[in-house]
Design a protein around this ligand. Structure first.
Ligand code: GDP
Ligand code: MG
Length: 358
């Protein structure tokens, strides 16, 4: 059992009065003293119950789980954060498994893989399908297989969290964290956890269709700086193919029926030109990114040479350095992405001072 003194258990809540006391107690019984509940303006008595359970409670200044996490972590001064839902779907008994790779210095971010032990009824068939699809798309675009990027059971070092450029307010936060881990070479490991169904009387805040759409958009939006060839190329390819299809139609009609479709012909030319330009832009952006990564690698090597104690020296790999659309890395098991100094390190700071009380 690792030390609990340097760990803050973070529980985001929105109307979780049915489960919050038991959730807090389970981590307290597992030996954690530092438990922070960040509430999103619950209209039930979640906050009062959390206080009764002797957790620290703060109310987020904005809205959405993502904003809550960013604001809460900015206030945490422990070294490690163990983040879980307050709905009893994750077990405090898995906390050691989540924290062990961090405390052993093997990685900086841990994802609890819910698919390893999914209890009956824990996830609807639609959500399971959506999760699998999102993980595949993530792997396709971002080149890593983290198995369960939407998992809410995470453990990470506060330092590595501050390397991530996060802006998603809602349920896009887990996706964004996964993408940013790849982008910033944060060493990431996947560990198996148990995922249980919510107890009767509590209900999810997730809207599968709406939030699923937001997550897909998040994946695409993040491709801009992580896989520009996909970001620009996918639209470029669709536009080019549409233009070519229209052009084929116009030419066929001209030869077969002697009819000219000038307006469609202009549209076909415009779509093809636009598409080809986007494709070229995608290739150029990909080239710039590759050069940038090489440069960043060189700077890291110099930093490591100047600091022999740096963990980057022992954990560096090139698995995510040159991913292209469709490329995959074989990291289904505990996945180790390389570490490095972030080229875009940045600290999230809350825009408004939140309230916190015990
Ligand atoms: N602070 C805060 N917590 C939230 C918000 N939305 C959801 N949560 C909490 O985040 C955790 C995950 O949400 P949940 O509804 O369980 O989503 P699911 O696990 O995907 O079904 C739960 O503990 C929620 O109470 C929010 O807007 N603000
Ligand atoms: Mg949940």
């Amino acid at each position: 059992m690792g030390s609990r003194a340097d760990v803050c258990v973070l529980l985001p809540t929105l109307n979780e009065s049915a489960t919050i006391v038991e959730a807090v107690s389970s981590y307290r019984d597992a030996g954690f003293e530092n438990i922070l509940v960040v509430d999103g303006g619950s209209t039930d008595d979640t906050v009062e119950r959390a206080r009764e359970a002797d957790a620290r409670v703060m109310t987020q200044s904005g809205s959405g789980k993502g904003q809550a996490i960013r604001e809460a972590v900015a206030r945490i001064d422990a070294r490690y954060v163990l983040m879980a839902d307050a709905d009893l779907t994750y077990r405090a008994a898995d906390a050691d498994r989540m924290l062990a790779p961090l405390q052993a210095g093997e990685c900086d971010h841990v994802i609890g893989n819910r698919f390893a032990d999914m209890q009956p009824g824990a996830m609807t068939r639609l959500n399971r399908f959506g999760n699998r699809l999102i993980n595949r798309v993530f792997q396709f675009i971002h080149g890593e297989n983290f198995v369960d990027i939407l998992s809410g059971y995470r453990a990470f070092t506060v330092d590595s969290f501050r390397q991530l450029t996060l802006s998603a307010d809602g349920f896009g936060i887990e996706t964004e964290m996964a993408v940013e881990c790849v982008k910033n070479n944060v060493r990431t490991t996947v560990v198996p956890v148990t995922y249980r169904s919510r107890p009767d009387g509590s209900s999810t805040n997730l809207h599968p269709i709406k939030d699923g759409g937001i997550i897909f958009l998040e994946l695409y939006r993040k491709a801009k700086t992580n896989n520009p060839l996909f970001y620009f190329g996918s639209i470029g390819l669709v536009s080019t193919l549409t233009g070519l299809a229209l052009a084929t139609f116009v030419i066929a009609r001209w030869f077969l029926a002697g009819v000219g479709h000038e307006i469609i012909a202009v549209g076909a030319a415009a779509a093809t030109l636009f598409g080809v330009q986007l494709l070229m832009f995608g290739f150029l952006a990909d080239l710039v990114l590759s050069l940038h990564r090489e440069q960043a690698k060189r700077i890291d090597r110099l930093a490591v040479a100047g600091d022999p104690a740096s963990p980057a020296m022992t954990h560096r790999s090139s698995s995510s350095e040159s991913q292209t659309p469709g490329s995959q890395s074989n990291t289904t098991e505990p996945t180790t992405a390389p570490t490095a100094a972030s080229e875009s390190a940045h600290h999230d700071s809350p825009s408004a001072e939140p309230s916190e009380n015990r």
